[in-house]
Design a protein around this ligand. Sequence first.
Ligand SMILES: [Zn+2]
Length: 129
Amino acid sequence: MNDRYNKVLQYNFSGLGCWLTIIAFAMLLSAVGLGWIINGVLILFLFLLFTPVIAFFGLQWWLKRNFVQDSCPVCDYEFTGLKNNQFQCPNCSEPLEVEHGKFVRITPPGTIDVEAVDVQVQVIEPEEG
Ligand SMILES: [Zn+2]
């Protein structure tokens, strides 16, 4: 009795019986929930596909909103600055901020400003006689 039971169990869980279980399980999945799984995978795939695109356009929109391209009021060097933020001109390191879409100096008007002049240092090497 016990031997016979073991044989049946072996038959069921090895070879053909195992495959039948898998096929039955797959059929059950396709009948009940495979559509949902496929939809889920598809939605996930589209999500993964479109997230970088949306992020890219979102970033561009954000950059357009928050960055202003203008020229430095001191040295006319053209660069991009962040709105609502103080920054320095990369060319003459003048502290600037954005006002009405234009770069303005933070230094209040009237301040006596000594203009810096680039002085080229010439090293005169003594002639060797
Ligand atoms: Zn400048």
